[in-house]
Ligand binder design. Structure first.
Ligand code: NDP
Length: 519
């Protein structure tokens, strides 16, 4: 095992877009979380950068506003945290702003040999390209590491995602780019890897022989709520399926589906180690010029990218799309009631799609993906449905329910394994399905942004989305997105469903048609 990475001395994090929603609600509270856990080195500094000309005190108020002081110790730590923070006003349109930022960074590094700079891009996507260009030209650390942290969305289709990448290419090396998706920072998602690879009992059954289907649900109870115009241009597939939540969940689900038993290693003539998965080269040690720890991360993320690569593009015939109408009591608005959403909008606020992985281990196992807004509840979970037991009728005239393993990302992170047991009784011979509950009740779980920020500060890329993964995931969805954008494709007109319902009519039958188990 490699030595853990640490935050380097003299590191500065610059939050670009420090007055925005993401910074206020997520980034500053997460950084304060790291302060509370004593994970920030004493010389670590934070600089906020945004167009508003605000005073130092007003900037500190932005930082403090979402933080609830639960104890006097908290107040002390918050003051300590604020001493790390300062603000520079500026925008992407002028060299003057970048020069002001550079001067502040130089001031903070006075007397130090090296300075490591991280730029968190908490910005509207429209100004991202010019901003990163300016930062590279004027604020790159010539002595020390420089990293850029990018928030989703990473484009809106394969071409725009590649365009974004082409803008980054002349300025940043891949090891300097951190693509953040907060689902990858969730504890339960990370735990899935350990559960899969650290427990022999799961390795043996993780394949098409034992698993019937895998269901991934990402549902939201709320509708577009004031963001109708934005959502109308994006839709559930870009917003949820590809871009935001499902990609990391899906990726880890697929990764968890692969076993090291499939891996093979070979030493090449020049001493490098090559690692193969199902006969395909996924990693060559020595090929990447990076530290030992980073090489291990390359190995892990290579598996992930390869798994996405194996997935076939989603076909529209294996898809149902929907758009929410008013709630059945008429109280909640339809999507088309949102401001600036046209009456003839064909935007999908719901999508259920079936994907397949083309390899020996997973041939024939459907991956059922379901995501949407204005549904009966907010839930993100992966449910693995196992095949029915061959002995199912020995104990009961009714078939026993199949085993399931549920990995719940939210609400209440946890893992549940449903098994059949005997109900203790002298008079009857009854069985019942119970959940082995591995939930996280009462345990303090780090916030996803704490995990991801700490990774970037340390230079740990395990949870960062790699460019080849991004490319592979867009390849899965782009043909369907093109089909949806085709005005003539009548089959892709969304089916209306009521706000607060379980989704469009026909959904249960659609899902059941890909499942052979009852659970
Ligand atoms: P906001 O619009 O709330 O904030 C954007 C920030 O960028 C503000 O500080 C804004 O300053 C600043 N800004 C705008 N124009 C310029 C400019 N020309 N030069 C410099 N700074 C500028 O957006 P969010 O914080 O909501 O989102 C930021 C990014 O994060 C987006 O890409 C979004 O998709 C992504 N994201 C957001 C999430 C959230 O919870 N909000 C969750 C996940 C991703 P000013 O206030 O003065 O306009």
């Amino acid at each position: 095992m490699s030595a853990p990475l640490e935050i380097q001395e003299n590191t500065i994090l610059v939050i670009i877009g420090a007055s925005g929603d993401l910074s206020k609600k997520k980034l500053f509270p997460a950084l304060f979380g790291l302060e509370r856990r004593c994970l920030l080195p004493t010389d670590f500094k934070i600089v906020g950068f945004a167009p508003d000309e605000i005073t130092h005190d007003s900037f500190l108020s932005i930082i403090k506003s979402p933080i609830r002081l639960e104890s006097p110790r908290f107040a002390e730590q918050l003051e300590q945290f604020c001493q790390r923070c300062s603000y520079v006003s500026g925008h992407e349109g002028g060299v003057k702003s970048f020069n002001a930022l550079r001067r502040r960074l130089e001031q903070l590094g006075t007397g130090k040999k090296e300075q490591n700079r991280l730029f968190y891009m908490a910005l509207p996507p429209s100004i991202f390209t010019s901003m990163q260009d300016g930062l590279r030209k004027h604020c790159y650390s010539e002595r020390g590491a420089t990293r850029i942290i990018i928030e989703k969305p990473f484009g809106h289709d394969l071409e725009s995602s590649r365009e974004l990448q082409r803008a980054l290419d002349p300025n940043w090396r891949e090891d300097e780019i951190f693509r953040v998706d907060h689902y990858l920072g969730k504890e339960v998602v990370n735990n899935l890897l350990v559960m899969r690879f650290g427990n022999e009992i799961f390795g043996a059954i993780w394949n098409a022989r034992h698993i019937d289907n895998i269901e991934i649900s990402i549902t939201e109870a709320g509708g577009a709520e004031g963001r109708g115009s934005y959502f109308n241009g994006v839709g559930a597939i870009r917003d949820v399926m590809q871009n935001r939540k499902s990609m990391p969940v899906l990726k880890v689900a697929y990764l968890s589906c692969h076993g090291r038993s499939n891996a093979d290693t070979r030493t090449t003539y020049n001493g490098a180690t090559e690692i193969f998965f199902s006969g395909r080269l996924v990693h060559r040690k020595g090929f990447y010029s990076c530290s030992l720890a980073a090489r291990d991360h390359v190995l892990l993320t290579s598996f992930q990218a390869r798994v996405l690569d194996w997935m076939l593009p989603i076909e529209h015939v294996h898809t149902i799309i929907g758009q929410y109408g008013k709630s059945s009591d008429g109280e909640k608005p339809a999507f088309k009631d949102e401001q600036d959403v046209p009456n003839d909008s064909r935007c999908a606020t719901f999508c259920a799609a079936v994907g397949h992985i083309e390899n020996e281990r997973w041939a024939g196992v459907p991956f059922l993906l379901k995501a949407g807004k204005a549904l009966s509840g907010s839930l993100t979970e992966i449910k693995i449905h196992f095949k029915p037991s061959a002995n199912a009728t020995i104990f009961s005239t009714q078939p026993l329910p199949s085993n399931t393993m549920t990995i719940r990302v939210q609400p209440s992170e946890g893992v549940f394994l449903r098994i059949n047991t005997f109900v203790p009784s002298l008079s009857t011979q009854q069985t019942s399905a119970i959940d082995l509950d591995l939930s996280y009740h009462g345990r303090e779980i780090p916030e996803a942004y704490e995990v991801l920020l700490l990774d970037a500060l340390k230079g740990d890329k395990t949870r960062s989305v790699r460019r080849d993964e991004l490319d592979a995931s867009w390849k899965i969805w782009t043909p369907l997105l093109r089909h949806l954008d085709d005005e003539d494709a009548e089959t892709m007109r969304p089916r209306e469903y009521a706000y607060g319902s379980n989704g469009p009519e026909g959904l249960d039958e659609f899902i059941a048609s890909y499942q052979s188990t009852s659970s």
